[in-house]
Design a protein around this ligand. Structure first.
Ligand code: SAH
Length: 382
C-alpha cells in the first residue's frame, strides 16, 4: 500500500506555511486555502477556482482534500435525519448524523473515536470496543461532508423552501461514536476550527460536548474559557446502579461527577444538561428520580441544570430492546420520572431521539468491523 497523503485538515499552519514558502507562494495563500477548505462545497481540489491551477494541482499531489470518504448513506423514513458511514484512510469506519430542524437549523452529530473504550452496557458503540482516536481532520471533515450535502442538494425531495435559507451546519453535538474527553486534544482543536470566524464560524454556544464523566477533563474544559455547552451522561443517581451500567463510574462516582458538573456551571456560567437514558426496571423508579432530583438540587443551583430523559433506543430490527437487551419504560412511568425531578425544581424533558429507524439515534451508532477489514483487504491491492 502506498503512503497515504496527509489530509489538509490535519496539516498544521506552520507546516502549510513552510510548504507554500518553498513553492514561492505569497503568505496570504495560507489563510486563503484554510478558508476555502472550510467553506467550499467542492468535492476535490479542482473546485477551488480562486486558486491558480498549478497551485491546485500541487496541493492535490501533497494533501488529501478530505480525510473521510462516504461509503454509504441512509435517510430516515421522514427524509429528515441522515446517517453516513464514512471510511477512514486505514479502512476503519465511523458514522456521522445530520439532523435538520424544519429548515431552521442543521445539527450534526460527530464521532470522536472509532469505537469507544467506555463500554456502557446499553450503548451499541460501546459493544465495539475502542479501535482508535480520530484526528482533528477526521472530526471536522464530518462537518465538511454534511456542509457539502446541504449545499449541493438544495430544494430537492420536497423539502421546505426555507431550507435554502439555512444550508449550513448551524449546530454541532459531539455525541456520535466515542468519548470526546478521551480524545481531548483533537476534540479541542476541532472546536477551535469550527468556531474560528475565518473558518467554519459556528458559535461556541451552538456546540455541545457530551461526556460520560471524565472528571479531570471536565475541569480542563471549564478552564478553556470557551462558552460551549456540556452534556453529562449520568444515567443513575446512585453508584451501585451507575457502576452496573457504566464501568467509568468505578473511577469517578456520582458525587465526583456532580461536583465536577457544579464546577463547570460555576466557572462558565453556562447551563448544563444531564443525559439520562431510561432503562425499564434498572434506573427508572420514582425513588431513583427523587434521589436524582435531591442530589442535583442540593447545591441550590438547580435552575442551571436540565435533565434530558432518553428512552433507550432499540437496536435495528427490534422495537423494544436496546443494546444489552434493555427495555423502555412505559410513557406513564417516564412522565412520572420527569415530574419527580420537577418536584425538586429540576427541569426535565422526555426526548425521543431522531432517526431511530435508520439506527441514527443516541447510542445506536455501530459499525461492523468485518466490513472494515474486507475493505482493508481490498485497499492492500490484490
Ligand atoms: N461518550 C459520550 C457521547 C456519546 S453518546 C457520552 O457518554 O456522553 C451520546 C448519548 O447517547 C450519551 O448520553 C449516551 O449515554 C447515550 N446513549 C448511549 N446508548 C444509548 C441508547 N441505546 N439509547 C439511548 N441513548 C443512548
Amino acid at each position: 500500500m502506498g503512503e497515504v497523503l496527509p489530509a489538509i485538515t490535519d496539516v498544521r499552519d506552520e507546516e502549510l506555511a513552510r510548504w507554500l514558502a518553498e513553492r514561492g507562494q505569497p503568505p496570504y495563500r495560507l489563510k486563503q486555502i484554510r478558508h476555502s477548505v472550510a467553506r467550499s462545497v467542492a468535492s476535490d481540489w479542482s473546485g477551488l477556482t480562486d486558486l491558480p491551477i498549478a497551485l491546485r494541482s500541487a496541493l492535490a499531489s501533497a494533501f488529501r482534500w478530505s480525510s473521510v470518504e462516504v461509503e454509504r448513506e441512509v435517510a430516515s423514513a421522514d427524509g429528515e435525519t441522515r446517517k453516513a458511514l464514512l471510511r477512514l484512510h486505514d479502512g476503519h469506519h465511523i458514522e456521522s448524523v445530520l439532523m435538520p430542524h424544519h429548515g431552521a437549523r442543521n445539527s450534526v452529530c460527530l464521532s470522536t473515536q472509532a469505537g469507544c473504550p467506555m463500554a456502557c452496557a446499553f450503548c451499541a458503540t460501546g459493544e465495539m470496543g475502542w479501535i482508535r482516536d480520530l484526528s482533528v481532520g477526521e472530526i471536522v471533515d464530518q462537518v465538511r461532508h454534511w456542509q457539502r450535502e446541504l449545499r449541493n442538494d438544495g430544494g430537492g425531495r420536497g423539502q421546505s423552501p426555507l431550507r435554502k435559507a439555512s444550508d449550513r451546519v448551524s449546530h454541532v453535538v459531539y455525541m456520535g461514536m466515542g468519548e470526546p474527553l478521551r480524545n481531548y486534544g483533537p476534540v479541542m482543536a476541532s472546536v477551535r476550527m469550527l468556531t474560528d470566524p475565518a473558518l467554519f464560524a459556528i458559535s461556541p454556544r451552538r456546540i455541545t460536548i457530551s461526556t460520560c464523566g471524565i472528571v479531570p477533563k471536565m475541569d480542563a474544559l471549564a478552564a478553556e474559557g470557551l462558552p460551549v455547552n456540556l452534556a453529562v451522561s449520568l444515567h443513575a443517581a446512585d453508584d451501585r446502579t451507575r457502576a452496573a451500567i457504566m464501568p467509568v463510574n468505578r473511577k469517578w462516582g456520582v458525587t465526583e461527577v456532580l461536583d465536577a458538573s457544579a464546577r463547570y456551571v460555576e466557572r462558565t456560567k453556562r447551563r448544563l444538561t444531564f443525559e439520562y437514558v431510561l432503562l425499564a426496571g434498572v434506573n427508572d423508579s420514582p425513588a431513583e428520580a427523587d434521589l436524582l432530583g435531591k442530589r442535583i438540587a442540593s447545591g441550590g443551583r438547580q435552575g442551571m441544570y436540565h435533565v434530558n430523559l432518553i428512552p433507550v433506543n432499540p437496536i435495528q430490527g427490534r422495537v423494544d430492546a436496546g443494546p444489552g437487551g434493555f427495555e423502555r419504560p412505559s410513557p406513564e412511568r417516564m412522565e412520572r420520572f420527569a415530574r419527580a425531578l420537577e418536584a425538586h425544581g429540576v427541569a426535565a424533558t422526555v426526548r425521543i431521539s431522531k432517526g431511530q429507524d435508520i439506527a441514527a439515534g443516541c447510542g445506536q451508532l455501530k459499525v461492523k468491523e468485518g466490513r472494515a477489514s474486507e475493505a482493508e483487504g481490498r485497499a492492500d491491492g490484490h
